[in-house]
Write a protein that binds this ligand. Structure first.
Ligand SMILES: [Zn+2]
Length: 173
């Protein structure tokens, strides 16, 4: 039993306990629940207005950075029925799938759900004397369009988006 009191063994036990505490996330994060799909997991892309102007076309800049809206039936995707993924025109983040796209008759590409909830943020928009819900790319905070509650099942939502805020990536068959 005397061996237990050797200083090197005591030190080893102490170090093991220390390592356990350091590398045990449950203990470190016990104060807050582990959040999924938050800003920590998705690193933001922040650029100045000038930088965005160099990357985007004038139309993309107007929609994404100035919260503009393209004319109905003028965009390239409202009548697109091909299978694929719609990514953010500003940063390439995957936002919507052809699987949830539907013909809304509005002249804007419309979806009843995002590809991943955590990639599309919604915010209250009070512009033009209306209260609407704005849809934003979570990574670059680009304006995509608005969300309305008159969509089809199963969500009843209608993500009414601007074609210019999106880039379509066709699924290889
Ligand atoms: Zn983006």
């Amino acid at each position: 039993m005397k061996k237990w009191y050797k200083p090197e063994i005591c030190l080893a036990i102490f170090l093991q306990i220390l390592l356990f505490l350091l590398f045990s996330p449950e203990i470190l994060c016990s104060a807050e629940p582990v959040q999924k799909g938050n800003d920590v997991m998705l690193e933001k892309i922040v650029r100045t207005e000038e930088e965005w102007k160099k990357i985007l076309t004038p139309e993309q800049f107007y929609i994404l950075r100035e919260k503009g809206t393209e004319r109905a039936f003028s965009g390239k995707y409202w009548d697109n029925h091909e299978k694929g993924i719609y990514v953010c025109a500003g940063c390439g983040l995957e936002l919507f799938s052809s699987e949830t796209k539907f013909d809304s008759g509005t002249g804007w590409p419309s979806f009843w759900a995002p590809l991943k909830d955590e990639n599309v943020e919604t915010r209250e928009d009070q512009s033009f004397w209306m209260t609407r819900t704005e849809a934003i790319c979570r990574r670059c905070e680009g304006h995509l369009g608005h969300v309305f509650e008159d969509g089809p099942p199963p969500t009843g939502l209608r993500y009414c988006l601007n074609s210019a805020a999106l880039e379509f990536k066709k699924t290889e068959e």
